[in-house]
Design a protein around this ligand. Structure first.
Ligand code: F6P
Length: 244
């Protein structure tokens, strides 16, 4: 069952998601948060920097990292997380996949061990225009563990806005698999803007299919989607969703 919370805009989305994350962080003495990069969570991280909730009992595990970018590269996801969050708040431990590991297969296995040792209480997710979650592109097996993956043209195009030119966007990444993501006790997916409308419609109303990775979430017991009006604009049930 996917619960939908409809909000007006990206600002309201960030506030609602922030409140959810804080409630999970306050619920226990030891908490693991699964974190995401990209444009979607920026408002949430800004609220965390501003309000400085207690985080020293919180371990974070990020979804993915580009292959070949040093942690100091300003487009690496390690850099993004340091810049947005980890340099501002004291976490217990922060994990991001190692995109420059000499042995990438071993790095994937090591990451799965980290997830197993720190079961994720709440996984924050964005969604790609093609329905990807983390860097799990259409066609990825729903059982997949952390793995090395190629990026589709759609994702490279979408992410090229952060790079000087499209050719600079890495073409592969290390990503938690759909199987790894589904182990989280609870999942919070956020989506804002018209560009996400088709993917949100598929995820909420489409058949469960590997052609749209986010549809795997229909099989998870505890998923909340916070989406704005534009992202929900193609959904049949949006009136119902807005009433939640
Ligand atoms: O939030 P954005 O920038 O639209 O990206 C959506 C998703 O795509 C990714 O950036 C990967 O392409 C994810 O990290 C993110 O959740």
């Amino acid at each position: 069952m996917i619960k939908v919370i409809a909000v007006k805009n990206a600002e309201e989305l960030a506030q609602k998601a922030y409140e959810k994350i804080v409630s999970v962080m306050e619920s226990k003495n030891e908490v693991t948060l699964g974190l995401a990069t990209g444009g979607s969570p920026l408002g949430i991280y800004a609220l965390m920097r501003e309000n400085k909730p207690a985080t020293s009992h919180v371990t974070t595990i990020n979804l993915d990292e580009y292959i070949g970018l040093e942690p100091t590269h300003d487009q690496s996801y390690r850099y993004f997380m340091n810049d947005q969050l980890f340099n501002h708040l004291p976490f217990k431990a922060t994990y991001v996949p190692d995109g420059i590991a000499a042995d990438l297969q071993k790095a994937c296995g090591d990451y799965e061990a980290i997830i197993a040792a720190n079961p994720v209480d709440l996984q924050l997710l964005g969604i790609g225009e093609n329905g990807h979650i983390a860097f799990n592109e259409p066609g990825t097996s729903f059982d997949s563990p952390t793995q090395v993956t190629g990026l589709t043209e759609s994702t490279i195009n979408a992410n090229s806005r952060y790079f000087e030119k499209k050719e600079d966007v890495p073409t592969s990444a290390i990503t938690m698999g759909i199987g790894s993501i589904m182990k989280a006790k609870e999942i919070l997916l956020i989506a804002s803007g018209e560009k996400k409308a088709e993917a949100i419609k598929q995820m909420l109303e489409g058949n469960v299919t590997e052609a749209c990775p986010a549809t795997a979430l229909q099989h998870h017991a505890n998923v909340t989607v916070i989406a704005d009006e534009a992202a929900l604009s193609l959904c049949q049930d949006k009136k119902e969703a807005q009433a939640v």
